[in-house]
Write a protein that binds this ligand. Structure first.
Ligand SMILES: Cc1cc2nc3c(=O)[nH]c(=O)nc-3n(C[C@H](O)[C@H](O)[C@H](O)COP(=O)(O)O)c2cc1C
Length: 316
Protein backbone atom coordinates (compact mmCIF):
# COMPACT_ATOMS: atom_id res chain seq x y z
CA UNK A 1 0.00 0.00 0.00
CA UNK A 2 1.29 3.50 -0.85
CA UNK A 3 2.68 5.53 2.06
CA UNK A 4 2.01 9.24 1.96
CA UNK A 5 4.73 11.47 3.38
CA UNK A 6 4.12 15.17 3.90
CA UNK A 7 7.31 17.25 3.76
CA UNK A 8 7.13 20.84 4.97
CA UNK A 9 9.92 23.33 4.47
CA UNK A 10 10.99 26.94 4.24
CA UNK A 11 14.50 28.21 3.65
CA UNK A 12 16.01 31.59 2.99
CA UNK A 13 19.44 30.58 1.70
CA UNK A 14 18.34 27.21 0.34
CA UNK A 15 20.36 25.32 2.98
CA UNK A 16 17.36 23.67 4.56
CA UNK A 17 16.07 22.64 1.11
CA UNK A 18 19.45 20.97 0.44
CA UNK A 19 19.21 19.09 3.75
CA UNK A 20 15.64 18.05 2.97
CA UNK A 21 16.57 16.87 -0.56
CA UNK A 22 19.46 14.80 0.79
CA UNK A 23 17.18 13.09 3.33
CA UNK A 24 14.52 12.48 0.70
CA UNK A 25 16.90 11.16 -1.96
CA UNK A 26 16.48 7.47 -1.02
CA UNK A 27 12.72 7.96 -0.93
CA UNK A 28 12.30 9.65 -4.30
CA UNK A 29 11.39 7.07 -6.89
CA UNK A 30 10.24 4.49 -4.32
CA UNK A 31 7.11 2.96 -5.79
CA UNK A 32 5.39 2.51 -2.45
CA UNK A 33 6.07 6.05 -1.25
CA UNK A 34 4.39 9.22 -2.36
CA UNK A 35 5.98 12.46 -1.24
CA UNK A 36 3.84 15.57 -0.87
CA UNK A 37 5.94 18.69 -0.54
CA UNK A 38 4.69 21.96 0.91
CA UNK A 39 6.75 25.12 1.04
CA UNK A 40 5.76 27.73 3.62
CA UNK A 41 5.32 31.11 1.93
CA UNK A 42 5.28 34.20 4.16
CA UNK A 43 2.88 36.82 2.76
CA UNK A 44 5.63 39.40 3.25
CA UNK A 45 8.95 37.71 2.45
CA UNK A 46 11.75 38.08 5.01
CA UNK A 47 14.86 39.74 3.58
CA UNK A 48 17.97 37.73 2.83
CA UNK A 49 20.63 38.86 3.41
CA UNK A 50 19.25 40.72 6.41
CA UNK A 51 19.97 44.22 7.53
CA UNK A 52 20.97 44.23 11.17
CA UNK A 53 18.01 46.12 12.63
CA UNK A 54 15.37 44.03 10.80
CA UNK A 55 17.22 40.90 11.92
CA UNK A 56 17.14 41.94 15.59
CA UNK A 57 13.59 43.25 15.32
CA UNK A 58 12.27 39.73 14.65
CA UNK A 59 13.32 38.39 18.05
CA UNK A 60 10.28 39.42 20.14
CA UNK A 61 7.74 37.70 17.86
CA UNK A 62 9.99 34.67 17.33
CA UNK A 63 10.39 34.15 21.06
CA UNK A 64 6.68 34.65 21.78
CA UNK A 65 5.68 32.29 18.94
CA UNK A 66 3.64 35.04 17.35
CA UNK A 67 3.38 33.77 13.76
CA UNK A 68 3.87 35.84 10.60
CA UNK A 69 1.11 35.73 7.98
CA UNK A 70 1.60 32.91 5.49
CA UNK A 71 -0.23 31.99 2.31
CA UNK A 72 -2.93 29.37 2.96
CA UNK A 73 -1.73 25.81 2.49
CA UNK A 74 -3.80 23.73 0.11
CA UNK A 75 -5.34 20.73 1.82
CA UNK A 76 -5.83 17.79 -0.54
CA UNK A 77 -7.58 15.79 2.18
CA UNK A 78 -4.78 13.20 2.40
CA UNK A 79 -4.22 11.26 5.59
CA UNK A 80 -0.44 11.29 5.88
CA UNK A 81 1.47 8.28 7.21
CA UNK A 82 4.38 10.48 8.18
CA UNK A 83 5.20 14.19 8.34
CA UNK A 84 8.75 15.49 7.91
CA UNK A 85 8.79 19.01 9.30
CA UNK A 86 11.99 20.91 8.55
CA UNK A 87 12.72 24.20 10.26
CA UNK A 88 15.46 26.65 11.18
CA UNK A 89 15.94 28.33 14.53
CA UNK A 90 15.45 32.05 14.99
CA UNK A 91 16.38 33.39 18.43
CA UNK A 92 16.21 30.02 20.18
CA UNK A 93 12.71 29.53 18.80
CA UNK A 94 11.34 28.03 15.61
CA UNK A 95 11.55 30.59 12.77
CA UNK A 96 8.43 32.70 12.29
CA UNK A 97 7.37 30.86 9.10
CA UNK A 98 7.83 27.52 10.92
CA UNK A 99 5.69 28.72 13.83
CA UNK A 100 3.11 30.00 11.36
CA UNK A 101 2.88 26.53 9.83
CA UNK A 102 2.47 24.81 13.20
CA UNK A 103 -0.31 27.26 14.06
CA UNK A 104 -2.03 27.01 10.66
CA UNK A 105 -5.44 25.54 9.98
CA UNK A 106 -3.77 22.99 7.72
CA UNK A 107 -1.57 21.71 10.58
CA UNK A 108 -4.61 21.52 12.86
CA UNK A 109 -6.40 19.37 10.31
CA UNK A 110 -3.53 17.18 9.12
CA UNK A 111 -1.08 16.60 11.97
CA UNK A 112 -3.46 15.05 14.48
CA UNK A 113 -2.55 11.44 15.33
CA UNK A 114 0.28 11.60 12.82
CA UNK A 115 3.94 10.69 13.38
CA UNK A 116 6.26 13.64 12.86
CA UNK A 117 10.00 13.80 12.24
CA UNK A 118 11.50 17.22 12.88
CA UNK A 119 14.59 18.25 10.93
CA UNK A 120 16.58 21.27 12.10
CA UNK A 121 19.29 23.13 10.21
CA UNK A 122 20.74 25.91 12.38
CA UNK A 123 23.91 27.46 13.85
CA UNK A 124 24.10 25.28 16.99
CA UNK A 125 21.51 26.52 19.49
CA UNK A 126 18.33 24.53 18.95
CA UNK A 127 17.39 22.96 22.30
CA UNK A 128 14.85 25.55 23.49
CA UNK A 129 13.40 25.86 19.98
CA UNK A 130 12.76 22.12 19.87
CA UNK A 131 11.10 22.25 23.30
CA UNK A 132 8.74 24.88 21.90
CA UNK A 133 8.07 22.80 18.79
CA UNK A 134 7.40 19.75 20.97
CA UNK A 135 4.79 21.80 22.86
CA UNK A 136 3.08 22.91 19.64
CA UNK A 137 3.11 19.36 18.21
CA UNK A 138 1.57 18.07 21.41
CA UNK A 139 -1.20 20.66 21.13
CA UNK A 140 -1.87 19.46 17.59
CA UNK A 141 -2.12 15.86 18.80
CA UNK A 142 0.86 14.86 16.63
CA UNK A 143 3.46 12.33 17.73
CA UNK A 144 7.13 13.29 17.52
CA UNK A 145 9.07 10.14 16.61
CA UNK A 146 12.45 11.55 15.59
CA UNK A 147 14.49 14.72 15.67
CA UNK A 148 17.36 15.22 13.23
CA UNK A 149 19.68 18.19 13.79
CA UNK A 150 22.40 19.50 11.49
CA UNK A 151 24.48 22.38 12.82
CA UNK A 152 26.93 24.82 11.26
CA UNK A 153 30.53 23.69 10.93
CA UNK A 154 33.23 25.09 13.21
CA UNK A 155 33.52 25.94 16.88
CA UNK A 156 30.96 28.07 18.74
CA UNK A 157 33.38 30.97 18.54
CA UNK A 158 33.84 30.55 14.78
CA UNK A 159 30.09 30.32 14.06
CA UNK A 160 29.44 33.30 16.32
CA UNK A 161 31.23 35.22 13.55
CA UNK A 162 30.54 33.17 10.40
CA UNK A 163 26.77 32.63 10.81
CA UNK A 164 25.83 36.31 11.43
CA UNK A 165 28.22 37.35 8.61
CA UNK A 166 26.40 34.96 6.28
CA UNK A 167 22.99 36.24 7.45
CA UNK A 168 23.94 39.93 7.01
CA UNK A 169 25.99 39.71 3.80
CA UNK A 170 25.04 36.42 2.15
CA UNK A 171 28.76 35.47 2.15
CA UNK A 172 29.55 31.89 3.14
CA UNK A 173 33.23 31.57 2.19
CA UNK A 174 36.21 30.99 4.53
CA UNK A 175 37.09 34.04 6.58
CA UNK A 176 40.59 35.41 7.29
CA UNK A 177 42.05 31.97 6.65
CA UNK A 178 41.02 30.84 10.15
CA UNK A 179 37.25 30.44 10.10
CA UNK A 180 35.59 27.68 8.05
CA UNK A 181 32.84 28.49 5.53
CA UNK A 182 29.48 29.35 7.11
CA UNK A 183 26.61 26.90 7.36
CA UNK A 184 26.32 23.14 7.65
CA UNK A 185 29.21 21.32 5.98
CA UNK A 186 28.37 19.88 2.53
CA UNK A 187 29.57 16.46 3.78
CA UNK A 188 27.08 16.53 6.67
CA UNK A 189 24.32 17.47 4.24
CA UNK A 190 25.27 14.63 1.87
CA UNK A 191 25.42 12.11 4.74
CA UNK A 192 21.91 13.09 5.84
CA UNK A 193 20.69 10.65 3.20
CA UNK A 194 21.17 7.92 5.84
CA UNK A 195 18.05 9.21 7.57
CA UNK A 196 16.01 8.83 4.39
CA UNK A 197 17.31 5.30 3.98
CA UNK A 198 16.29 4.48 7.57
CA UNK A 199 12.87 6.08 7.05
CA UNK A 200 12.39 4.04 3.86
CA UNK A 201 13.18 0.79 5.69
CA UNK A 202 11.03 1.78 8.67
CA UNK A 203 8.00 2.51 6.49
CA UNK A 204 8.14 -0.95 4.93
CA UNK A 205 6.91 -2.48 8.16
CA UNK A 206 3.26 -1.64 7.51
CA UNK A 207 1.52 0.47 10.15
CA UNK A 208 2.14 4.16 10.78
CA UNK A 209 5.49 4.41 12.56
CA UNK A 210 5.14 4.83 16.29
CA UNK A 211 8.76 4.49 17.39
CA UNK A 212 11.92 6.35 16.29
CA UNK A 213 13.20 5.30 12.86
CA UNK A 214 16.51 7.17 13.09
CA UNK A 215 17.93 5.82 16.35
CA UNK A 216 21.61 4.91 16.32
CA UNK A 217 22.27 7.22 13.38
CA UNK A 218 23.72 10.22 15.22
CA UNK A 219 20.58 12.24 14.57
CA UNK A 220 21.22 14.72 17.40
CA UNK A 221 24.04 15.65 19.74
CA UNK A 222 23.33 18.03 22.60
CA UNK A 223 26.29 20.17 23.57
CA UNK A 224 25.89 20.36 27.36
CA UNK A 225 27.85 23.62 27.42
CA UNK A 226 24.98 25.32 25.62
CA UNK A 227 22.04 24.20 27.80
CA UNK A 228 22.43 26.89 30.46
CA UNK A 229 23.31 29.59 27.92
CA UNK A 230 20.11 28.84 26.01
CA UNK A 231 18.05 29.00 29.19
CA UNK A 232 19.56 32.31 30.29
CA UNK A 233 19.29 33.89 26.83
CA UNK A 234 15.65 32.76 26.52
CA UNK A 235 14.82 34.53 29.78
CA UNK A 236 16.50 37.71 28.60
CA UNK A 237 14.72 37.54 25.20
CA UNK A 238 11.38 37.13 26.97
CA UNK A 239 11.87 40.11 29.30
CA UNK A 240 13.02 42.51 26.56
CA UNK A 241 10.69 40.99 23.97
CA UNK A 242 7.67 41.65 26.17
CA UNK A 243 8.63 45.31 26.52
CA UNK A 244 9.36 45.75 22.80
CA UNK A 245 6.07 44.13 21.80
CA UNK A 246 4.23 46.64 23.96
CA UNK A 247 5.81 49.48 21.98
CA UNK A 248 4.56 48.40 18.57
CA UNK A 249 4.40 45.78 15.84
CA UNK A 250 7.34 44.14 14.07
CA UNK A 251 8.91 46.62 11.66
CA UNK A 252 7.48 49.74 13.31
CA UNK A 253 9.89 52.62 13.76
CA UNK A 254 8.94 53.35 17.35
CA UNK A 255 10.33 50.12 18.73
CA UNK A 256 13.68 50.33 16.95
CA UNK A 257 15.46 52.52 19.55
CA UNK A 258 14.66 49.92 22.25
CA UNK A 259 15.79 47.09 19.97
CA UNK A 260 19.11 48.94 19.55
CA UNK A 261 19.31 49.53 23.29
CA UNK A 262 18.91 45.78 23.78
CA UNK A 263 21.73 45.17 21.30
CA UNK A 264 23.99 47.45 23.37
CA UNK A 265 22.90 45.64 26.51
CA UNK A 266 23.72 42.28 24.87
CA UNK A 267 27.18 43.49 23.83
CA UNK A 268 27.86 44.64 27.36
CA UNK A 269 26.72 41.28 28.74
CA UNK A 270 28.84 39.40 26.18
CA UNK A 271 32.05 41.12 27.23
CA UNK A 272 31.36 41.15 30.99
CA UNK A 273 28.95 38.50 32.29
CA UNK A 274 29.40 35.80 29.59
CA UNK A 275 33.10 35.03 30.28
CA UNK A 276 32.49 34.83 34.06
CA UNK A 277 29.41 32.69 33.52
CA UNK A 278 31.39 30.34 31.26
CA UNK A 279 33.81 29.60 34.09
CA UNK A 280 31.01 29.19 36.65
CA UNK A 281 29.15 26.83 34.31
CA UNK A 282 32.25 24.77 33.70
CA UNK A 283 32.67 24.26 37.44
CA UNK A 284 28.97 23.42 37.86
CA UNK A 285 29.13 20.88 35.03
CA UNK A 286 32.10 19.16 36.64
CA UNK A 287 30.35 19.03 40.01
CA UNK A 288 26.98 17.90 38.63
CA UNK A 289 28.11 15.53 35.88
CA UNK A 290 25.23 13.13 36.39
CA UNK A 291 22.57 15.86 36.31
CA UNK A 292 23.97 17.25 33.05
CA UNK A 293 24.20 13.76 31.52
CA UNK A 294 20.50 13.22 32.27
CA UNK A 295 19.58 16.62 30.79
CA UNK A 296 21.57 15.84 27.66
CA UNK A 297 19.83 12.51 27.27
CA UNK A 298 16.42 14.12 27.83
CA UNK A 299 16.93 16.83 25.18
CA UNK A 300 18.24 14.25 22.70
CA UNK A 301 14.99 12.31 22.77
CA UNK A 302 13.41 10.66 20.87
CA UNK A 303 16.23 9.82 18.44
CA UNK A 304 19.26 9.91 20.76
CA UNK A 305 22.88 10.58 19.91
CA UNK A 306 24.04 6.95 19.52
CA UNK A 307 25.82 6.18 16.23
CA UNK A 308 25.86 2.37 16.34
CA UNK A 309 23.90 1.98 13.07
CA UNK A 310 25.74 4.64 11.04
CA UNK A 311 28.12 2.10 9.44
CA UNK A 312 25.17 0.12 8.16
CA UNK A 313 24.04 3.13 6.13
CA UNK A 314 27.20 5.02 5.16
CA UNK A 315 30.78 4.19 4.26
CA UNK A 316 32.32 6.92 6.42
C1 LIG B 1 16.74 35.96 12.55
C2 LIG B 1 17.63 34.76 12.74
C3 LIG B 1 17.89 34.28 14.00
C4 LIG B 1 18.67 33.12 14.17
N1 LIG B 1 18.83 32.60 15.44
C5 LIG B 1 19.46 31.42 15.59
C6 LIG B 1 19.53 30.79 16.87
O1 LIG B 1 18.98 31.27 17.87
N2 LIG B 1 20.18 29.59 16.98
C7 LIG B 1 20.79 29.00 15.91
O2 LIG B 1 21.37 27.95 16.09
N3 LIG B 1 20.72 29.56 14.67
C8 LIG B 1 20.07 30.74 14.48
N4 LIG B 1 19.97 31.30 13.22
C9 LIG B 1 20.49 30.56 12.05
C10 LIG B 1 19.36 29.75 11.38
O3 LIG B 1 18.87 28.78 12.27
C11 LIG B 1 19.75 29.07 10.08
O4 LIG B 1 20.89 28.28 10.27
C12 LIG B 1 20.04 30.05 8.97
O5 LIG B 1 19.10 31.09 8.99
C13 LIG B 1 20.01 29.38 7.61
O6 LIG B 1 18.71 28.88 7.36
P1 LIG B 1 18.00 28.88 5.95
O7 LIG B 1 17.86 27.44 5.53
O8 LIG B 1 16.66 29.55 6.14
O9 LIG B 1 18.87 29.64 5.00
C14 LIG B 1 19.23 32.48 13.04
C15 LIG B 1 19.00 33.00 11.77
C16 LIG B 1 18.20 34.11 11.60
C17 LIG B 1 17.95 34.62 10.20
Amino acid sequence: MTKHILVVSYSQSGQLYAIKDSILEPLYGEETVQIHEKVIKPVEPFPFPWNFITFMDTFPESVYLDPCAIEPIKDEGIEYDLVIFTYQVWFLSPSLPATAFLKSEFAKQRLKNTPVITVIGCRNMWIMAQEKVKGMLEKLGAKLIDNIVLVDQGSSLATFITTPRWMMTGKKDRLWGIFPPAGVSPREIKNARRFGEAIKRGLKSGAKPDEPLCRGLGAVEVDVRLIKSEQIATKSFRIWGKLIRKLGKRGEMKRKPVVMLYVLFLLLIIVTVVPINMVVQMVLRTLNKEQFRRKKEQYEQPSGSGRERVKEFLDE
